[in-house]
Design a protein around this ligand. Structure first.
Ligand code: PNS
Length: 156
């Protein structure tokens, strides 16, 4: 049984994330979405809200579960008995950023290998940070995030 962890801030979860979740859930027996607070990023949603939204968005995916974690990703992956870390690549710059993280994570947990999925080209311009900025300046983020997230941000 192969378990994969897809870690991220998911603040907010985007349609690009959802595409990667669906694709990776089809590749592994079990997919754990590991949500954490990234201290260098100003949050839009609390950790609890993110876990709740991801849980709702994946409720029909039987092999997907959502957990929050703190500390090292390599330790969370070991705790979940996972052998794979899934990360998406939108750009060559993403790869430059992700490669040393993948190498460090393998050094910290030799049972875990990082698998990179190429983001669908129609989503490659979408990032949580970009969505947050567009939203904060009043821009239209419809279609960049799942409808559930859009509604939560616009319900007031
Ligand atoms: O969605 P993000 O913010 O790009 O996700 C970043 C994430 C969660 C993959 C990264 O910040 C992370 O793994 N943090 C956990 C702390 C850790 O293990 N740091 C050492 C990495 S070698």
């Amino acid at each position: 049984m192969m378990t994969a962890v897809f870690p991220g801030s998911f603040d907010p979860v985007t349609v690009g994330h959802m595409d990667l979740i669906v694709r990776s859930a089809g590749m592994f027996d079990r997919l754990v979405l590991g949500v954490l607070i990234n201290p260098v990023k100003l949050p839009l949603f609390s950790l609890e809200e993110r876990v709740e939204m991801l849980s709702q968005l994946t409720e029909d995916m039987a092999n997907v579960s959502v957990r929050s974690f703190e500390g090292l990703l390599a330790d969370f992956v070991a705790k979940e008995k996972a052998g794979v870390i899934v990360r998406g690549l939108r750009t060559p710059q993403d790869f430059e950023y992700e490669l040393p993280l993948a190498q460090a994570n393998h050094r910290l947990n030799q049972n875990a290998d990082t698998v990179f999925l190429a983001t669908a080209p129609e989503y490659s311009f979408i990032s949580s940070s970009g969505v947050k900025e567009i939203y904060r300046f009043g821009g239209d983020i419809r279609g960049m995030v799942p409808e559930l997230v859009f509604e939560k941000l616009h319900k007031d």
